[in-house]
Design a protein around this ligand. Structure first.
Ligand code: NAI
Ligand code: MG
Length: 369
């Protein structure tokens, strides 16, 4: 299959480059074995960019990111750059990318691999086969609303203020992302807010219903107050497929869902923005974990979160669900075979390096295809 689709790889620093090396091998495997041909470019972000250019991301890299189908990022940050001014720390590179690409929809899947059910904080039968997706609004809501600040009211009394604000276009665009995802998955969306006590929640619910009725009547929509959603996530998580919610509730619900699956080293994510004139949706894929400076350079990091982020890019930016399934299945089988990096190590399993885990996933891809 000929394709002019494009992928920008930004390994970053810390364990980012080690994990990304394993992804590059899978990208090559896909090219050889599945005729998946992208224009693949690689560049610097975070500490790697600071070391080369003195800043955490260059205009040139931002420009590249604006003009590809997907960006795949490793991780950034670490003590080496701790004494730098806040404005040029590694993390600012990632923040600039998120801001300039206006990535308003944060996708956090919680997938429980059968071999890891024991790593979950819940009973195996509650999480076995779990595969849910939380869509968190990322650029609005109480983290950005005005007015904000801390006021002195006199007499030793102070008042802290943050404001929950959403406009209708902000709600519509994130709702559309959730409904489109549901169409590629089970066809079910739960929208979560606190319409019982917050006007912004009432607006959220009304506007999600409008988008549903006018554009996605084929999707099944239901509503759940956010406190109940938190409770249901730990009571019976498999009742959900796609959950769409605001920035604050999404922050909490996605961390809660993350713990259903066990390790940080296993969790991918995506952040999506608008569709451009060429029909490309702005998209950044990255593991949930950071640069893990404590284990960087030791060939012990778990590369699976980054590998699964690449699988998400195949599924959601390149419309290649079969290839995404193949990678997820290969990971599943390797874990079932007893191979573990240190972070997901359990009794009776074989502790392996980053590279050996990558080797095993490639061998499994060979077997599966
Ligand atoms: P972290 O996620 O880097 O590490 C937390 C703990 O989990 C560490 O003990 C680490 O060794 C372990 N860990 C993380 N990923 C792992 C993997 N793939 N395999 C095995 N073990 C893994 O979070 P932390 O320590 O809070 O932050 C370290 C640096 O990363 C900081 O500079 C922080 O700002 C940055 N960071 C960057 C993010 C990003 O690039 N998106 C996200 C979170 C933190
Ligand atoms: Mg959080």
């Amino acid at each position: 299959m000929a394709s002019n689709k494009s992928l920008l790889i930004l390994p970053g620093d810390g364990i980012g480059p080690e994990a990304m090396t394993e992804v590059r091998r899978i990208v090559n495997w896909m090219e050889t074995n599945r005729a998946v041909k992208f224009d693949v470019d690689e560049d610097l972000v975070g500490g790697a960019s600071i070391d080369a250019h003195g800043i955490p991301i260059t205009d040139e890299v931002v420009e590249k990111a604006q003009n590809v189908d997907a960006v795949l990022l490793g991780a950034v940050g670490g003590p080496k750059w701790d004494n730098l001014d806040f404005s040029i720390k590694p993390e600012r590179g990632l923040l600039r990318l998120r801001k300039d690409l206006e990535l308003y929809a944060n996708l956090r899947p919680a997938i429980c691999f059968d071999a890891l059910v024991d790593a979950s904080s819940l009973k195996p039968e509650l999480v076995s086969g779990l595969d849910i997706m939380i869509v968190r609004e990322l650029t609005g809501g109480v983290y950005f609303g005005e007015p904000r600040g801390i006021e002195d009211l006199g007499n030793g009394i102070r008042r802290g203020i943050n404001t929950q604000v959403y406009t209708t276009p902000e709600i519509h665009r994130v709702a559309r992302v959730a409904f489109e995802l549901a169409q590629k998955r089970s066809g079910r969306v739960v929208s979560s807010e606190k319409a019982n006590v917050m006007e912004s929640g009432v607006l959220w619910r009304e506007e999600v219903i409008k988008i549903h009725e006018s554009e996605f009547p084929d999707v099944e929509l239901s509503h759940m107050y956010a406190d109940n959603a938190a409770m249901q996530l730990v009571r019976a998580p498999k009742q959900f497929d796609v959950i769409v919610t605001d920035n604050l509730f999404g922050d909490i619900l996605s961390d809660c869902a993350a713990m259903l699956t066990g390790s940080l080293g296993m969790l991918p994510s995506a952040s999506l923005g608008d569709v451009d004139a060429q029909g490309r949706r702005k998209a950044l894929y990255e593991p949930v974990h950071g640069s893990a400076p404590d284990i960087a350079g030791q060939n012990v990091a778990n590369p699976i979160a980054t590998i699964l982020s690449y699988a998400m890019a195949l599924r959601y930016s390149f419309d290649m669900p079969e290839e995404a399934d193949l990678i997820e299945k290969a990971v599943q089988n390797v874990l079932a075979g007893g191979m573990r990096t240190a972070d997901i190590m359990a009794e009776g399993m074989a502790k392996v390096s980053t590279t050996t885990m990558g080797d095993a996933i490639l061998r499994e891809l060979d077997k599966l295809s």
